[in-house]
Write a protein that binds this ligand. Structure first.
Ligand code: SF4
Length: 239
């Protein structure tokens, strides 16, 4: 399908392709943690169409929406590629559910973070282990914490570089790209779910709410991250 991107967005997309190609050359290996959100549709398209040597995975927490699984299949069909799925450790998960119950994450911040740690963070750490850098689709607009990020930063928590090639893309840029290329996307986005995570911890937002207001909505805004995006100041970058 012929894509009609604005001149500015064509330049931005070109810069993402060039930046990722340069990073692949520099680091030798890159791994992309695919969230299956709208930004992920852009990055999946760029990576699978132009930079297939970049490895890609998603985490199946076991609590995703049905719409997300359907999207996963559509993506695989479109690009004729298998998306590697990484799962929580089954023993750790059984112990968690035995200790806090199947929906125990609603009971306290600690319980919620324990669930995110076992269902998301540990599988994520396993998937990126041994890589010099990982790629993420976060954008500045998404939260106050992400607004302070840099497109390349040292991820001290996981001891590798974190690359955010879409950091300065607007939400409109993401959707212009998706529509221009006719990319598949999660239909929940059309039902006021701008940010999609696990089904029990994500809901639609109301007009005027921030785009992450539907994630862990019962918590204070500052705690609404799952632990995959520790915030690092530039002075923490190694020489
Ligand atoms: S988002 Fe909710 S269900 Fe998913 S891992 Fe975190 S606490 Fe558990």
């Amino acid at each position: 399908m012929a894509a009609v991107l604005s001149r500015e967005l064509e330049q931005k997309a070109g810069a993402v392709r060039a930046g990722l190609a340069a990073a692949l050359h520099q680091y030798g290996r890159l791994i992309y943690s695919n969230s299956l959100g709208a930004e992920a549709m852009v990055l999946t398209d760029i990576i699978w169409s132009h930079l297939p040597r970049i490895e890609v995975f998603s985490i199946d927490t076991g609590r995703l929406h049905e719409e997300t699984y359907a999207l996963l299949e559509k993506l695989q069909q479109r690009y004729q590629r298998q998306l590697r799925l990484v799962y929580p450790d089954s023993q750790a998960l059984e112990a968690l559910v035995a200790a806090q119950g199947v929906n125990g994450f609603y009971h306290s911040l600690e319980a919620r973070l324990d669930c995110c740690r076992i269902r998301k963070v540990e599988p994520f750490k396993r998937a990126i282990a041994g890589f010099p850098a990982w790629v993420t689709g976060v954008r500045r607009e998404q939260s106050a914490g992400r607004a302070r990020g840099q497109s390349t930063e040292w991820d001290a928590e996981h001891s590798l570089y974190k690359l955010s090639p879409l950091l300065d893309w607007s939400e409109a840029d993401v959707w212009q790209y998706i529509r221009a290329y006719g990319l598949p996307y999660n239909p929940l986005h059309d039902r006021q779910f701008p940010s999609i995570g696990c089904s029990p911890c994500t809901r639609a937002i109301q007009p005027g709410e921030s785009r992450r207001a539907g994630r862990w909505w019962w918590e204070q805004p500052e705690s609404r991250e799952c632990g995959l995006h520790p915030r690092v100041r530039p002075e923490a970058l190694p020489a």
